[in-house]
Each structure stands twice: as structure tokens, then as C-alpha cells.
Design a protein around this ligand. Sequence first.
Ligand SMILES: [Zn+2]
Ligand SMILES: [Zn+2]
Length: 146
Amino acid sequence: MDRINRLVDRLRESGFRMTPQRMAILRILLESTTHPTAEQIYAQVKPIFPMTSLATVYKTVALLKEMHEILEINLGDSGSRYDGNNTLPHAHLICVQCSQIIDSNSVDLSQLANNLAAQTGFKIDHQRLDFFGICPACQTSLIPQI
Ligand SMILES: [Zn+2]
Ligand SMILES: [Zn+2]
């Protein structure tokens, strides 16, 4: 995996000590396509490295976010979800019923950002586009309203 090696180099360069726990957190973030929460990442690392703390997960996540290597989807009261798998700008479809988050590449966010920058003179740093609704699986399990 090229990306993980490159990322480890970047983290070391910024003075971050790469422990096996942090390596495991990194791997989960990069491989997961489900947009996990910090708690979900923690639950996956804990059985392998029982010494891991939730604080370590938060710290690693915060640093990677700062480095623009992962994407944070802040959902307010429901907390934050993280995407370390797909780092290209993309839209998200969020199910309000089961909280599943799906990536969509059918909207060219970079193009949209470029257009907006040209129109407004904004220097756009990053972008987010979220669509909220009910996923197909939840639609079929919904009890019809009388
Ligand atoms: Zn759903
Ligand atoms: Zn995503």
C-alpha cells in the first residue's frame, strides 16, 4: 500500500511517533468505506491492542484531518464520521434512519468549487456536499403510516 507508507513518512516528519496502535488506527481509517466514528475505530483497534485509548484515536484522527488526509463529516449532535478511504472531493448521501453514509462521485465537486471560486473570488480551501434522506434498505423496512 503506497498511500499508507507515504502517510507514515509524513506523520514521522511532523514528529508523530508511529506506535503499532497508531498504525492500526491509520490502517482502519484508510481501508474503511463505512465512514466510521472515532468510537467505532476504537472498537476495532481495542481487541488487537488492548492498551489503546480513545484519546489516541481522537489525537490520530485530528492530526490526519489537519493534514487533509482524511475527511470529517460533522453531523452535529450525532457526532463526526471519518472518511480516510476516498480523499478526492466527493458528495455524501446520508441516511437519517440508519446513519449509513454512501459516497457519490456523480457530482464533480472540484469543478463546482472552481466555478464558485471564479464567480465569487473566494479562495476555496475544502468543500462538503451532503444529501440527507432514507436509503433503499430503510425504505423497504419502513412501516406504512396509516
Ligand atoms: Zn438507511
Ligand atoms: Zn466519503
